[in-house]
Design a protein around this ligand. Structure first.
Ligand code: NAD
Length: 496
């Protein structure tokens, strides 16, 4: 059986403790992954600190060239990387290719480094005095990432960190760790010097070692809200800069004037795509006024049409959940919802896929008459369960969403520009789709929610990524003429 090792200073590094990595479609253990702690993080910090000395001095041209090479390798190996992701995560190969494409767009943004890293210059701020600014890298930075996007979420971080001159330690999810090592090899082939990109596998021990290591300047985290809060608290207490993106409960509001077939189509894909294991998954549909009954009918038909199967099988639209525990948690949540008074319109529990009876499958579930007190509404289920909540008006729907502790994404389906404008201005959510169910991350904009979906105030990638991974310097310069007499006053200097 393969053991997935750390990648430190450009080479695979073994470890004593391991844990299993499963194939979610068969339920079988297919590999083991090493679990790092203080020693491995320290070894990675040593390698990354040494590499920082030269990498931070490399030219913009050299860094840009590495990013272009890396981008090309991601294109050439998209299918291979997609299959690696699908085999450990369970999502379809096409879906995995989609996340690689989105991640690659961040590399493309980083290829424009020469433009985005330009400073500014002010001529003659005082007589004979100019001011300019520029930004410098922080040093060794780390990323801690979730299982649901093993390629894309790390790609939100490391291309920008590395392009701006930092060196990077990735602690990927221990549930699907292989994509990180594959990316490390692509970086090496792209010409990135050893030690600039490192991977340390593991769980809480590795995370705690990152949060407390004095050699790490900044931590980027994406995962569930309780861990995001913990990471933010610990990392800031240890003097680090932190980005901490948390969980979600994303609502799609459907107004009576919407095209119901169109809305239901997109909500179905947004709810059940990737088995609902997306931070931007639609988990609540808010049906407004008399849209409700007709919407439920269409959603029911579409949920029953979703093709569930192994992620690498032709025609599969939805794969299994990532672990047995996730499958049990999601199926129990459907039972709890029923016990609390919700109507189970489509029941995905107990689904068996022929030839894959031990796989972690559950079918799409559709719950109607869900209220805001029910667990199915309050908890992030992170599975293929869509809850329908009914509201009397758009304003009531907005109030309901604003009262929810999460604020990652939301969508409105309508034919009314006035309603769309009111919605996007009043809603307390970071990313909004108008007739778009999953407002996806665009690499040249920042990405991050509000409230419990983003702890602290640092969104990720785009211009925010450049800002996060660098510090500004402002330089005030005077070049007096030889022997020029300049009076140095004792009062606080002002411009003249
Ligand atoms: P998770 O919080 O369980 O794990 C995230 C990372 O934290 C992993 O690397 C894991 O090893 C580590 N970790 C887990 N438990 C820990 C602990 N007790 N102490 C220290 N570290 C710990 O999240 P997950 O299940 O891998 O991913 C799903 C979650 O991520 C969902 O809540 C989803 O909404 C969220 N997510 C959010 C975004 C976003 O952009 N806001 C994007 C993707 C995923």
């Amino acid at each position: 059986m393969t053991t997935i090792q750390h990648w430190i200073n450009g080479t695979l590094t073994s470890g004593a403790t391991t844990q299993p990595v499963f194939n979610p479609a068969t339920g079988a253990e297919q590999a083991r992954v090493v679990l790092g702690g203080n020693a491995e993080i320290d070894a990675a910090v040593q390698a990354a600190s040494a590499a920082f000395e030269t990498w931070s001095e490399s030219s913009l041209t050299q860094r840009t060239q590495v990013m272009f090479n890396f981008r090309q390798l991601l294109v050439e190996h998209e299918e291979e990387l997609g299959r690696i992701i699908s085999a450990e995560h369970g999502k379809t190969v096409d879906d995995a290719r989609g996340e690689i494409t989105r991640g690659r767009e961040v590399v493309e943004f980083a290829c424009g480094l020469g433009d985005v890293l330009k400073g500014s210059f002010s001529d003659q701020v005082s007589r004979g005095v100019d001011v300019h600014n520029f930004r410098q890298p922080l040093g060794v930075v780390a990323g801690i990432t979730p299982f649901n996007f093993p390629a894309m979420v790390p790609l939100w971080m490391h291309p920008i960190a590395i392009a701006t001159g930092n060196t990077f330690i990735l602690k990927p999810s221990e549930r699907d760790p292989s994509a990180a090592n594959f990316v490390a090899e692509l970086y090496k082939r792209a010409g990135l010097p050893d030690g600039v990109f490192n991977v340390v596998h593991g769980g809480k021990d590795a995370v705690d070692a990152i949060l407390t290591h004095p050699g790490i300047e900044a931590v980027s985290f994406v995962g569930s809200t309780p861990i995001a809060k913990y990471v933010h608290e610990q990392a800031t207490a240890h003097g680090k800069r932190v980005q901490a993106l948390g969980g979600a409960k994303n609502h799609a509001v459907v107004l009576p004037d919407a095209d119901l077939e169109f809305a239901a189509n997109h909500i179905t894909a947004g709810a059940y795509g990737s088995a609902g294991e997306r931070c931007m998954a639609v988990s609540v549909a808010v049906a407004v006024g008399d849209a409700a009954d007709a919407l439920v009918d269409v959603l029911k038909r579409k949920a029953n049409e979703v093709k569930v199967g192994p992620g690498d099988a032709e025609g599969t639209e939805m794969g299994p959940l990532v672990t047995k525990a996730a499958q049990e948690r999601v199926e129990n949540a459907v039972g709890t919802a029923q016990a609390q008074g919700a109507t189970v319109v489509v029941d995905g529990r107990g689904l068996k896929i022929e030839g894959h009876e031990e796989g972690f499958f559950t079918g799409p579930s559709l719950l109607d008459h869900v209220t805001t007190e029910m667990e199915a509404y309050r908890e992030e289920l992170f599975g293929p369960v869509l809850a329908i909540v009914r509201a009397e008006s758009l304003d009531q729907a907005i109030d309901l969403i604003n009262a929810n502790p999460y604020g990652n994404g939301t969508a409105l389906f309508t034919g009314s520009g006035e309603a769309a404008r009111r919605f996007q201005r009043r809603i307390k959510v970071g990313m909004i789709g108008i007739n778009v169910p999953v407002p996806v991350p665009m690499s040249y904009y920042s990405f991050g929610g509000w409230k419990d979906s983003l702890i602290g105030d640092n969104p990720i990638h785009g211009p925010e990524g450049i800002r996060f991974y660098t510090r500004p310097k402002v330089v005030t310069t005077r070049w007096p003429q030889p022997k020029q007499q300049v009076t140095a006053g004792f009062t606080f200097p002002t411009s003249s």
